[in-house]
Design a protein around this ligand. Structure first.
Ligand SMILES: C[S@@+](CC[C@H](N)C(=O)[O-])C[C@H]1O[C@@H](n2cnc3c(N)ncnc32)[C@H](O)[C@@H]1O
Length: 262
């Protein structure tokens, strides 16, 4: 990544507070015209000094998001690869991941409206985030919803809009990734979604704290190494297959977790 940073005129330096601060690199002697655009980029990466101090809130610039996603290019362009951003902010990474997945949907299913809608929704279902600040998580959900619905050309009259809103309220958690708890103090639960075909989706829920122990359980010599993962990582809830219409109804009647207001 060092080369990418340098090419773009930035280096990363840890501040005494432990947070990363993007600083200008090698700009000594630059004129105002050269400096101005870079300063504007820097300003767009912060909301306030207080929020940086309190929550380490510094956003990643677009070029760096691209460069980092290119490191896992194949996965970022696969419709059903799962991504979790544990401090997702307003979704700088998640937005680009969704866009990359939707480009794959267009190539594979662009000709069939039915398949396109369902696989686009599946791409969204494979994106997860956790965020501490209420305005950021709300913005993140809104950003992702806008990308999906504008790709599908759907609006609030369309069930897929509400189904997507339902998925976002489930997958994008207002919580603390370190404590693995939501802001109301309950354990963070993630839904594993799958597409069964013919318009039906399946959902199984798992506790985040259990999932994070996955690699430890697989370690050689561990007490549990001989067990299959399915024996340890059992879902806490398995839902009956559901359609876009059923997810939309769940959202509209408010029968889901907190999220976008109808
Ligand atoms: C450095 S920003 C990064 C945002 C985004 N990932 C990006 O790259 O643009 C960090 C974000 O993490 C959030 N955050 C800080 N501590 C957190 C925690 N323990 N759990 C969840 N989110 C946290 C902050 O509120 C902030 O929005």
């Amino acid at each position: 990544m060092g080369t990418v940073f340098k090419q773009n005129g930035f280096v990363v330096q840890p501040t005494p507070g432990g947070f990363n601060l993007w600083v200008l690199n090698g700009c000594e002697g630059w004129d105002k015209e050269s400096l101005q655009p870079r300063l504007e980029v820097l300003m767009s990466l912060v909301k306030s000094k207080q929020r940086i101090a309190d929550h380490g809130e510094v956003f990643t610039p677009a070029w760096m998001v691209e460069a980092m996603l290119d490191l896992v290019k194949g996965e970022s362009e696969r419709i059903d690869s799962r991504f979790l951003e544990p401090a997702c902010g307003s979704g700088n990474f998640l937005v680009r991941i969704l866009q990359r997945k939707l480009a794959a949907v267009e190539i594979k299913f662009g000709k069939s409206d039915f398949e396109k809608r369902h696989y686009a929704l599946l791409s969204l279902m494979c994106i997860y985030g956790i965020e501490l600040l209420p305005d950021n998580i709300q913005e993140c959900r809104q950003n992702l919803l806008e990308i999906l619905t504008s790709y599908l050309g759907s609006d609030r009259a369309d069930d897929v809009y509400w189904a997507a809103s339902h998925v976002l309220s489930v997958n994008l958690i207002h919580g603390d990734a370190l404590k693995m708890r939501t802001m109301t103090g309950s354990p963070i639960i993630f839904a594993e979604w799958g597409y069964l075909g013919k318009g039906q989706f399946q959902r199984r829920d798992f506790r985040f704290d259990t999932l994070t122990q996955s690699s430890a359980f697989s370690e050689e010599g561990s007490l549990f190494a001989h067990l299959g993962k399915h024996e340890i990582f059992t879902p806490i809830q398995t839902f009956p297959p559901m359609t876009v219409e059923e997810m939309a109804t769940a959202r509209k009647v408010g029968n889901d977790q907190e999220g976008l207001r109808p």
